[in-house]
Design a protein around this ligand. Structure first.
Ligand code: ZN
Length: 253
């Protein structure tokens, strides 16, 4: 199946060439109670518009897809990075309305992504209240424990090996496992709060709730900016490789 991106170098416009372009679109007219066929061939239209212009193929950078909205929303504006081997581009993709074909704009530049990790404090509070509320001074200790978790997470550097354990309904949020170093740090500081018997329960609590999107997993929050022009070289910087790695672990969307 054909799937490539062609850029008109002179007009800086882009077309997504897929077999799908040649399929007709169907429109349902509720007033007339009939379905009409509207043949479209975006490829042909693009090639006609840019006849005799210089063109090149551009390659979309793997896993660069990002969007503000939830997956599957038809009116989302989304972005992906592409390159012709020399320059970086951002392809912006959107629809005017649900029946319109996808439209693309080619922006010379790149997508700058940043991350932060958030502790699910409310979830920890709720889950601990369910599991260890019988401890003496439970409410106070739970609050102290949450403060310890927040402190350890805020001090731990963003590691290269983020293990995504669950997706959310947007490309911007995901859940990741609390790493072993952070768990050790939390346990060490918790010794000042809990006695030996309680510590065993706290340790079990951490391991039991550090999967999927459970309370001890961290919320990985991404944000992004489309940066026009490309002051950065093609070679990805550290943050970008971290992003690639994080995204590579997600299912193929
Ligand atoms: Zn052109």
């Amino acid at each position: 199946m054909a799937d490539c991106w062609i850029r008109c170098i002179e007009c800086n416009q882009v077309a997504h060439i897929t077999d799908y372009d040649r399929f007709p679109q169907y429109h349902c007219d509720r007033n007339l109670d009939e379905i009409t066929e509207k043949p479209v061939d975006d490829t042909k239209r693009f090639m006609t518009q840019h006849i005799n212009h210089r063109m090149e193929e551009i390659t979309v950078i793997k896993n660069s897809f990002i969007s503000e909205g939830r997956y599957g929303e038809p009116l989302n504006v989304s972005y992906r990075e592409a390159t012709n081997g020399k320059e970086r581009f951002v392809i912006q993709e959107w629809r005017e309305d649900v029946n319109s074909p996808l439209r693309y704009e080619l922006i010379p530049g790149y997508i700058k992504t940043s991350f932060r990790l958030e502790v699910q404090s409310d979830e920890i509070r709720r889950q601990m209240n369910e599991e260890i509320a019988h401890l003496p001074l439970a409410a106070v200790k739970i609050e102290q424990f949450i403060k310890i978790v927040e402190k350890v997470v805020s001090r731990s550097p963003m590691r290269d090996a983020i293990e995504i354990t669950a997706e959310s309904d947007t490309p911007l949020d995901a859940y990741c496992k609390m790493d072993a170093n952070s768990v050790r740090g939390i346990l060490r500081l918790s010794e000042g709060v809990f006695d030996a018997k309680e510590m065993r329960k706290v340790e079990q609590f951490i391991y039991r709730n550090n999967n999927f999107n459970d309370s001890m997993t961290l919320l990985l929050k991404r944000s992004f900016d489309v940066k026009k022009r490309h002051p950065e070289p093609l070679k990805s910087d550290k943050e970008q490789s971290l992003f690639d790695e994080a995204v590579a672990k997600r299912s193929n969307r």
